[in-house]
Design a binder for this molecule. Structure first.
Ligand code: ADP
Length: 193
């Protein structure tokens, strides 16, 4: 059983690397951004509420996102080799809740991977993505707000994982392939323990 949190600022490549990790290690990829965008596309009450926050670059409330993620963990219970959590946790409250949700299902978190990218590169990547993603939050003003929230609210999650010895820094300033090589090395050496 391998349960991984992939962490990093908006535009740090969490989604891209998560797909590669899920494929290679047979994990279920749970992206909270994708889960919310799915609710928006379906026009649900949660989707309508989330849309007002996401399009402004704000986070959705902890209790809502924790509940949504818990449902997904329960749905896949017993049917997978583990999970890759992408975009969650984004607050220390969410990080604590994740440990509790996993424990309730007889699981625990193996690794936290922090994708580290230079700020100027993050902005360039998100603006480039905005040209094709159709995402309401991939424009300069909202990107800057998301980065500010990341530094103030989300970055403290790093200390939580450092204090519980599951933190691993991964540099993602070059290519998708180079980043994935570093991740494979880490996961493979973890599996040997
Ligand atoms: P990115 O990492 O590029 O910002 P995501 O797809 O992970 O993109 O998230 C998009 C938006 O969805 C976030 O800006 C936020 O509004 C909302 N969101 C996603 N995950 C969470 C979460 N764990 N807690 C609160 N809000 C979230």
């Amino acid at each position: 059983m391998l349960n991984i949190v992939i962490f990093g600022a908006p535009g740090s490549g969490k989604g891209t690397q998560s797909v590669l990790i899920a494929q290679k290690y047979g994990l279920v990829h749970l992206s909270t951004g994708d889960i919310l965008r799915d609710e928006i596309a379906k026009g649900t009450t949660i989707g309508k509420f989330a849309n007002t926050l996401i399009s402004k670059g704000d986070l959705v409330p902890d209790d809502l996102i924790i509940k949504l993620l818990n449902q997904k963990i329960i749905e896949h219970k017993g049917f997978c080799n583990g999970f890759i959590f992408d975009g969650f946790p984004r607050t220390v409250t969410q990080a604590q809740a994740l440990d509790e949700m996993l424990a309730q299902n007889g699981k625990k978190l193996s690794l936290m991977l922090d994708l580290q990218v230079k700020e100027s590169m993050l902005i360039d990547r998100l603006i480039a993505r905005g040209k094709t993603s159709g995402r309401s939050d991939d424009n300069l003003e909202t990107i800057q707000k998301r980065l500010t929230i990341y530094h103030h609210v989300t970055a403290p999650v790093v200390d939580f994982y450092k204090s519980t010895k599951r933190f691993n820094a991964i540099s993602n300033n070059t290519t998708v392939e180079d980043c994935f090589l570093q991740i494979e090395k880490l996961i493979d050496s973890f599996k040997l323990i």
